[in-house]
Design a protein around this ligand. Sequence first.
Ligand SMILES: [Mn+2]
Length: 333
Amino acid sequence: MTTPEADLNRLHAWLKAAAERGAVPVVCGANGDMDTVASAVGLASALPQAMACGRHLGRLAKRLVEEEQAPFRRLSRPTAWPASLGGLVVVDAAAPSQLDLDLPEGVPICVLDHHATDGWDLNSEDLSLRWPVSATTEIVTAYLSRHAPEALTLPVRRLLMAGLITDTGRFKHAGSSSFQSAVALLDDDGLDYRGLVDRIETDADLTSSDHGALLKGLQRATTTDAGSWRLVTTRAGTLEGRVASLLLGTGADVCFVVRHRDGRTRVTGRARAQACRDGLHLGQLFESLAEVHGGEGGGHDGAAGWTSNLDRVAAETAALAAVASTNRSEVKD
Ligand SMILES: [Mn+2]
């Protein structure tokens, strides 16, 4: 049984050893959401040899990284890594495929993650910290508080808090550890929480083409009884997560948004908290679909995705069948 403190000590030792060997890129997940980007920026700020980097910056992350003037390097494919790598840290990515990068060979890897599924195949010189917390920024906050408190500057704390706010769905999916992390980040004065929430909410301002895409996604929605679950399915080419969340608000247990592009089909899933308590786990469901039909799948119980080479109808049918065959065991609040 390992304690969080022992985990953090191991992480500290791993980072120190990696920094002595060379550069330490801290790589975020390709979706570039606020949690993954803030985790990378926060952790990298503790180590001169480290640099936050990744394939994409999501809309909110891009804006806040610019506003906070946080160092972040965009990577491309084929991926050019520094000549002498001491180690590679990966934050908030459940599998190598979620980085959308060409990973270097023979470099020790450290994974910090909070997803329920784990697609990493690690060696003895590698390290994995997978905590059952609501955001990866919680792990980074715990690490910095214990081993590098000077790195918890105001910009870093604001970014970490933004990652925590967004990954917990404004604390709707927060566990007790999330509130402890929030207190740790607020502890010092100077962090204007209300102002930060306002800055995050500004991101809800959509362009008129985004607005049109959302409405189209809602119009195309159809509802099905998948076994004992009420399932809503639709198609959308953008903002899939947001379309799915809006559709959940109509009273569905689970929602799938399907996007087909360049021969690949992505199924984005969201499930209500009560459906998850009743036994639905989308991360595991998509992980097993990927094992059977190929592609990459995984994530959290209530928010997950699966990308494969199936066509749209085949992917949608497979996902529906997987939900229908999941038993519902009603758990009262
Ligand atoms: Mn996350």
